[in-house]
Design a protein around this ligand. Structure first.
Ligand code: ZN
Length: 365
């Protein structure tokens, strides 16, 4: 069995408008080459890198149908889809917070969700051992009726509901290691006991007012949401420890039919939208952790869905490491920052502070 890699050229054509980093251009804010941080480059260059190293030849590359209207309606209300489609047809614009899109943005977002849906269905159907969806635009911030944080449709939510409607699985665990809180996925499943949502993120980065450890779910979903906010500056050791001490035990006791990772790379050391110090090696080892967990719980059924990550230079190497690990391949893309980022790891006293922070959360569970 092989590792699937779902991608579509259209996802690289999603337009982010006239931005200077996080700021709309206007007044004294000048246009910036590259525009919005959520640009195609990080994702396109990951695809380029796996092609150049030859890793792509060991993966099952595939496209996918766009998510259908029925797929979208399981997560998003008709009024939101109508507004999104109308503005997309009219040339694009913004419906939420700093989440611009261009002409055809609706169809591209549906394509992005379709990649996640197909990856999950193929793994649950036993056609693939595990799979990666190079979705763009990302999805984990998108609430049912409110796009934000570059996310226009909740890709993972749509994929889960489609799998559930098709009778492919009953219990889903989502682990979000993007540096930002997975507020959209949390909102979609906050009152549900059949979907465990775990988010590992930099405390009060984005959104600043969500992602608290105390937010554990409501109603039937009480106890089925776990936020693991970490202090800015957390590095390789802190990330692996938060996984080992908090995320993995929570998923283990939930015993899902499949494990889905909201795979952002913005916890990496040089990301412009994060203040963490993970390295490409951190992503290798976290992938190893989730593969081992999936092997114990659900026959190795693991699906990664691409989320954030804004370093054009580093995301491809972090992503290559994840895919190499998922495929068990010998083909590597050596980290060009391997001599630098390990030297920039936190002082041992800060790692001890993070360890105590994690221990406090563990004691409060
Ligand atoms: Zn992010």
């Amino acid at each position: 069995m092989t590792t699937g890699f779902f991608w579509d050229e259209q996802c690289f054509w999603h337009g982010g408008g006239n931005y200077a980093g996080m700021l709309p251009v206007g007044g004294l804010v000048q246009p910036l080459d590259g525009g919005l941080p959520e640009s195609p480059e990080t994702k396109r260059r990951l695809k380029n890198l796996i092609t150049v190293t030859g890793l792509a030849q060991e993966l099952a590359l595939s496209g996918a149908d766009a998510a259908t209207r029925d797929d979208l309606l399981r997560v998003h209300p008709a009024h939101y889809l109508g507004e999104f489609k109308a503005l997309s047809d009219a040339g694009g614009g913004e419906l939420g917070r700093r989440t611009p899109f261009g002409q055809g943005g609706f169809e591209i977002a549906a394509q992005s969700a379709g990649l996640a849906k197909a990856a999950l269905a193929a793994v649950l159907g036993g056609e693939l051992e595990n799979a990666y969806a190079l979705s763009r635009p990302p999805g984990h911030h998108c609430l049912p009726d409110y796009p934000n944080g570059f996310c226009l449709l909740n890709n993972i939510g749509i994929a889960i509901e489609a799998a559930k409607a098709a009778g492919l699985a009953q219990r889903f665990a989502v682990l979000d290691w993007d540096v930002h809180h997975g507020n959209g996925t949390e909102a979609v499943f906050y009152d549900r006991a059949d979907v465990l949502t775990v988010s590992l993120h930099q405390e009060r980065n984005y959104p600043m007012d969500t992602g608290a450890f105390s937010d554990r779910g409501t109603g039937d979903g009480a106890g089925f949401n776990l936020n693991i906010p970490l202090p800015p500056g957390t590095g390789h050791t802190g990330y692996l420890s938060a996984m080992e001490e908090l995320a993995i035990p929570a998923i283990h006791s939930f015993a899902p039919d499949v494990l889905i990772v909201a795979c952002g790379f913005d916890a990496a050391a040089n990301d412009p939208l994060g203040r963490m110090l993970a390295t490409a090696e951190t992503f290798t080892l976290m992938t190893r952790q989730v593969m081992s967990l999936a092997a114990q719980l659900c026959d190795g059924k693991l699906v990664m869905v691409h989320e954030g990550g804004y370093s054009e230079t580093y995301v491809p190497f972090c992503g290559h490491n994840v895919l190499q690990e998922m495929a068990g391949s010998e083909i590597s893309a050596p980290d060009p920052f391997a001599q630098v980022f390990p030297l920039r790891q936190p002082d041992p006293r800060f790692d001890a502070f993070v360890a105590a922070w994690i221990a406090d959360m563990k004691a409060a569970l």
